[in-house]
Design a protein around this ligand. Sequence first.
Ligand SMILES: *Cc1c(COP(=O)(O)O)cnc(C)c1O
Length: 366
Amino acid sequence: MHSTTRVQLDLAALRHNYNQIKQIADSSKAYAVVKSDAYGHGLLRIAKGLHDADGFALIQMDDLRALRESGIWKPVLLLEGVMDASDLLDAAILKAEVVLRSEAQLQMIEKTSVALKQPLAIWLKVNTGMNRFGFPPAQIEEVMQRLASNSSVKLKGVMTHFACADDLDCEIEGQWRVFHEVVRRYQLPFTAANSAAILRDQRTHGEVVRAGSLIYGNNPFSQAMPVGYDFRPVMSLRSEIIGLSNLQKGDALGYGASFVADRPMLIGLVGCGYGDGYPYTAPTGTPVLVKGNLTRVVGKVAMNVMAVDLTEVGRVGLGDPVVLWGDHQLPISEVSKYSGVLSEALECGLTKRLPVCLIGEESIFA
Ligand SMILES: *Cc1c(COP(=O)(O)O)cnc(C)c1O
């Protein structure tokens, strides 16, 4: 069956990005963060594509189960721990490493752990200023003592998460100092760095780095990517020209007649819209690649169609290829900037109905 709009995933780029992280954090393990269906890329596709990763990090128990059921038994870190006792038992059976981030979770572990068949590996989360999850530094001593008296748990180390590592104008030194004081006092392995911190500050690498956006080739910073790094887009959103329309000066286009031609124009109709996950908020001017030529969206994005300006492109016909994002000429950050939707939100927002094609698979067996 012919499908106009599809997602292409470049597994060679994925492995390249992962290897870049391994080089930058060269004395740490790197867990690939695959929460939210691997940032919309597909959990099992990404996990299989990264078959030599040190481990994975995710949030949902079902995703842990899915990895184990498909035969992947690498370390998995449950980033927010578990929510109830039966998940706790499963997490131990499925050999997950579990974040402990609240008094409620600690009490649940104390009540349930006698039933554990094997020791539960725990990363104790310290709240260093994100102020969502984690124990305040002053409470760590007490929590450590309670864990030490429990033979069913094994403390792997301490963990924290930075509130604004992604903003290069915002310092992480304050949070780092608080965290490092805990690390120093207890002499424990630690995990602290997300993508932004991996690039920003080597001190934060520790035992395990947790790389999300970078493995998918996204810029983790709200500013431009610092020079000298080579991360490549894994996902591209592709479609094609399904219609052509000639506008005369003064002709309006599409719903709401929001766009009016100020000169004769050739318009291409692309078979993709917000019903596929392309952002409705992308305004006239948002860049698009048609047959390798950079041009722009015109008028309002509709459910399954959007219009692009072909006036200057020339020699374009029905069926010609369109890239909506995910090319070195058209990084997703551009679409993000125009539409006001975060790159990761664009990726997570694609409809699961879209067909996915994989390229670069040969690199997996090379
Ligand atoms: C999502 C997440 C990460 C990965 O963040 P990126 O910025 O995408 O690298 C790391 N740690 C925790 C706790 C997370 O929830």
